[in-house]
Design a protein around this ligand. Sequence first.
Ligand SMILES: NC(=O)C1=CN([C@@H]2O[C@H](COP(=O)(O)OP(=O)(O)OC[C@H]3O[C@@H](n4cnc5c(N)ncnc54)[C@H](O)[C@@H]3O)[C@@H](O)[C@H]2O)[C@@H](O)CC1
Ligand SMILES: [K+]
Length: 221
Amino acid sequence: MVEAVTAQEMQRFDRYTMEEIGVPALVLMERAAMATIEVLAAGTFDLANVLVIAGLGNNGGDGVAIARMLIQKGVNVDLLILGDENRATANTATQLKIARGYGIHTQNRVRDFRNYTVIVDALFGIGLSKPVSSKLGDIIKRVNAANIPVVSVDVPSGLHATTGEILGSAIRATATVTFAYPKQGLLQNEGLKRAGNIYVKDIGIYSPEELAEFKQEESEN
Ligand SMILES: NC(=O)C1=CN([C@@H]2O[C@H](COP(=O)(O)OP(=O)(O)OC[C@H]3O[C@@H](n4cnc5c(N)ncnc54)[C@H](O)[C@@H]3O)[C@@H](O)[C@H]2O)[C@@H](O)CC1
Ligand SMILES: [K+]
């Protein structure tokens, strides 16, 4: 496995990829969604009845894109949006607009999480910086208590991506699909118990060092 990074390092590499290399954020989001779907559709998970839980940061945007792509493949998906949509990041607002443009409905509550065969957790990723509210903490606890397989997007929500500490409450994932580099928090403290099987997926995000190596190899070919 390549070297694990902190949330701050990852944010720097995200910015570098968008601002210096020039990959638009929405392109990265689409690739993050496709990478997660690869894991979901690989055969381990039962996709009969999927719930995607999306927050309103960019992790939630990944979730909205995952829901849209699964629905377009004919999978039965409920999309739960948690939080005030007026506070969505620009990319997540765009993902919501696209999903609704395709006629996809969203919901803001779930009666029983045990009704699903798999839950996709896209509530918080590397941007989580303070303890989750008690309201969201209750939902996280209900998801964990349902004992349904959970695939977390980038980081189990509620886990600090750098330290692996729980910020209030955290999802217990069966698998975590993390982008570009493993996050240090997945490999220590509670991360060891909460991340499940870790899949590291390339979505085109490079660190400046990795890009320099890549360019060197390309020039030698
Ligand atoms: N453009 C990018 O930077 C990309 C980001 N990606 C995804 O986006 C994630 C990072 O997104 P963000 O930085 O928007 O943040 P997150 O979506 O991880 O979640 C945190 C969001 O909620 C706020 N927040 C922090 N702590 C909170 C709390 N306790 N309660 C309520 N709100 C809280 C933050 O201000 C932030 O907007 C990654 O983990 C990854 O899944 C991917 O789409 C790839 C590209
Ligand atoms: K997550």
